[in-house]
Design a protein around this ligand. Sequence first.
Ligand code: ZN
Length: 91
Amino acid sequence: MLHDQHNQCPCCDYYSLARRGAHDICPVCYWEDDGTNLDGLNQVSSANHITLFEARQNFNTFGASDQAALSLVASAEQTAGLRREQRATYH
Ligand SMILES: [Zn+2]
């Protein structure tokens, strides 16, 4: 079971990060937090090799920031109760 953290993940919108920009891996979507925010949607993240926009699309489509991370992300059971405030993404 995951617990709320102070920071919202820029990819999955769960409150899953204890800090920002420290290259922590989000346990929910497996995005590596290199500090990219929603205002940098179209920049390719060097840590993640895709744009944040693509990663957000991926999470909404199949539940991980990237296809390769699909087996690594937290289960629905683990994210139950974790706070999420979904933000709209405009390309
Ligand atoms: Zn995430």
